[in-house]
Design a protein around this ligand. Structure first.
Ligand code: COA
Length: 341
């Protein structure tokens, strides 16, 4: 048993992801708003996205992912130390969805009870990457062993499928993904560098108002109903093109590596043009920066773990690889996590 101060290596023991069955294509959107498949594909790269059924929720999608993480890692619920759930889409703000998920697990005879710590974190699209960094350091220090980090998003509940809502409705999809992190005696495994940042002055670029009091001064309340996301697409785009690339550069520098030393960049699938800009700046070949935004859209906190799960499952990412996770989102926030697997 590691003592509380024994430094440990950290490994990704399993990944898992979940996508709702229902698919909404660009052709479906053309029927309910003034847009076109061509416009959406050229501007964003999205062709279709998965969306939750009426009764489907962050809680349900995350529970599916957590169960798979247990099955694939061999970790038992009683051996779990902490569940970190990154989401902005919970139906209730109290209690945390993370606690509800563990309650659902306890009621399932295949899994049973756990007294693991559990909390939700609100970092929008950067949430899963923040969570991986935090979980890593808790395990690295030797005080915690098994931590499940899940990023789940149900952003389609915050968009309006109409012409006035098209700025965000075309982008977002629903889904969940996660990783089980565990200690290993091989201390070379784990994070080589990480970053967690924000620029709170830019929160007005992307927000979901619940009350009239939530609006920043000068914003027009009447454009969309309360509860629907407001986004200044051009501003977010400008921010992301610069910050995304800078973040990759800063993380490589911290680790003393170049882009060639990294086997895979698992990037938040926000917009294919933003990814292309970063890829070109560092001369990263397409096969080292996988894209699934065409099939899943922007799934926010679930975006990085869904892609990680797909690449893990098909063998593109394997033991021994160096993998950089990169994300940005509302807040505005941005985060990176460079792993030696
Ligand atoms: N379908 C068709 N036309 C649309 C449209 C849609 N869905 N949305 C906007 N348009 C029109 C606009 O009305 C405008 O027409 P006009 O020139 O006649 O006025 C034109 O297309 C350009 O609009 P604009 O909003 O400037 O588009 P854009 O090139 O900035 O693309 C986004 C919009 C949202 C795709 C782009 O800004 C973007 O991807 N931003 C980043 C968003 C992001 O990543 N958010 C998530 C952060 S985690």
């Amino acid at each position: 048993m590691p003592g509380p101060t024994t430094p440990m290596g950290v490994r990704i023991a399993a990944t898992a992801h979940y996508l709702p069955e229902r698919i909404l294509s660009n052709a479906d959107l053309e029927k309910v708003m003034d847009t076109s498949d061509d416009w959406i594909v050229q501007r964003t790269g999205v062709r279709e996205r998965h969306v939750c059924a009426d009764a489907e929720s962050v809680r349900e999608m995350s529970t599916n992912v957590l169960k798979d993480l247990f099955r694939q890692s061999g970790v038992k619920p009683a051996e779990l130390d902490l569940l970190i759930l990154a989401t902005v889409g919970s139906w209730m703000s109290c209690p945390s969805t993370a606690c509800q998920i563990l309650g659902d697990l306890a009621a399932d005879p295949e899994f049973g009870p756990t007294n693991a710590g559990a909390f939700d974190m609100t970092v929008a699209c950067s949430g899963f990457v923040y969570g991986m960094n935090i979980a890593h350091d808790l395990i690295r220090g030797g005080a915690y062993k098994n931590i499940a980090v899940i990023g789940t998003e149900h952003l389609t509940q915050y968009v309006e499928y109409s012409t006035r809502g098209r700025g965000t409705a075309i982008l977002f999809g629903d889904g969940a993904g996660g990783a089980m992190l565990s200690p290993t005696g091989d201390t070379s495994k784990g994070l080589l560098a990480q970053s967690m940042r924000s620029d709170g002055a830019k929160w007005t670029d992307l927000y979901i108002p619940r009350h009239d009091r939530d609006f920043p001064e000068g914003d027009d309340h009447s454009i969309l109903p309360l509860g629907i996301m407001r986004m200044n697409g051009r501003s977010v785009f400008r921010f992301a093109v610069g910050t995304f690339s800078d973040l990759i550069g800063e993380t490589l520098e911290k680790a003393g590596l170049t882009a060639d030393d990294v086997d895979q960049f698992v990037c938040h699938q926000s917009n294919v043009r933003i990814l292309e800009a970063a890829r070109e700046r560092f001369g990263i070949p397409p096969e080292k920066m996988a894209v699934n935004i065409d099939r899943v859209g922007n799934t926010s906190a679930a975006s990085v773990p869904i892609l990680l799960g797909e690449l893990w499952r098909d063998g593109t990412i394997k033991e021994g690889d160096r993998v950089m996770l990169v994300a940005f989102g509302a807040g505005l926030t941005w985060s990176s996590s460079l792993w030696q697997l």
